[in-house]
Design a protein around this ligand. Structure first.
Ligand SMILES: C[S@@+](CC[C@H](N)C(=O)[O-])C[C@H]1O[C@@H](n2cnc3c(N)ncnc32)[C@H](O)[C@@H]1O
Length: 273
């Protein structure tokens, strides 16, 4: 068996043991295989079959393997159209409601990678929405399990490819060029609070008006776990609050009767009153 085939065979066994969904890894298997291959080298094992035996003899190794399964791809304004809808209608509407209730608008980016999603929200708020509700406060919390990703979020500097979809006028106002990339304005960075949390065990206190849970729970967790987590996540939404999921991930709406599509094409769901 080739190395790639050995790895695929190994993943078919190991991913479900970690509660992870095999289909979610189709396009990113190579990346995961490379990390496991390096680990096999580090442990001086002859191959994937030996690593499987090693896992069976060393239960703590499952935690290490778990870290190799994290896919951290993200970019600013991912799923561009949804940012149009957020800026034009959703955010002003939810902000108006929060203003009437005399409270901050609260948002959570779950599995935030290096902050691209949370900072996109801060940009849309600052440059498109704030003038419509000038006295309104916004709180943006972003969580991720990966310490390294959160450090990058804190640095706020990105390669060109990550920010290519930021609309030109916002880009000019909010980024400065450095060697090898662009750094985000301190004022925008200060709008987001980052927390290291494993969504399987910890979530920030709600309620939230908007939750982004894109390309994480639906994509990578097996259905039963995804349902359990989406129940907890949507339990943290206000009535009329919005959940955004990723474009290519299943969302178990039939197990979440309190949620209804807001815009199915854009993977936005609203919590019923
Ligand atoms: C593919 S990225 C998605 C980033 C962003 N939400 C987006 O759609 O562009 C998935 C992120 O989830 C994080 N992640 C993976 N497992 C996690 C867990 N159990 N708890 C919290 N975050 C996790 C990864 O570290 C990674 O940064």
């Amino acid at each position: 068996m080739s190395n790639q085939n050995e790895c695929h065979h190994f993943l078919r066994w190991a991913l479900p043991c970690l509660g992870l969904r095999r289909e979610g890894y189709k396009k990113v298997r190579r990346q995961v295989c490379r990390r496991i291959q390096n680990r096999i080298g580090e442990l001086r094992l002859p191959g994937f079959a030996a690593y499987r035996d090693y896992l069976e003899d060393h239960p703590d190794e499952w935690n290490t393997l778990d870290t190799f399964t994290r896919i951290t791809i993200s970019r600013f304004y991912r799923d561009y159209q949804s940012w149009q809808v957020l800026g034009d209608a959703l955010l002003p509407g939810l902000a108006q409601r929060a203003q009437e209730q005399q409270r901050a608008l609260r948002c959570w980016s779950a599995g935030c990678a290096s902050g691209e999603e949370a900072y996109s929200l801060a940009l849309v708020w600052r440059h498109r929405v704030m003038e419509k509700v000038p006295m309104q406060k916004i709180e943006i919390i972003a969580t991720d399990v990966d310490e390294h990703m959160l450090q990058r979020a804190d640095d706020g500097c990105y390669p060109g490819g990550s920010i290519k979809d930021v609309p030109r006028p916002l880009f000019k106002k909010s980024f400065r060029k450095i060697e090898g990339g662009y750094c985000l304005d301190q004022g925008i960075r200060a709008m987001v609070s980052f927390l290291q949390q494993d969504i399987r065990y910890t979530m920030p206190e709600g309620p939230f008006d908007i939750i982004f849970c894109k390309n994480l729970v639906g994509m990578y967790f097996m259905r039963e776990k995804a349902v359990e987590l989406f129940r907890k996540i949507t339990g943290r939404l206000t009535e009329g609050g919005i959940l955004l999921t990723g474009n290519h991930e299943p969302f178990p709406i039939e197990d979440l009767p309190h949620m209804t599509p807001y815009d199915r094409g854009l993977n936005m769901y609203i919590k019923r009153a």
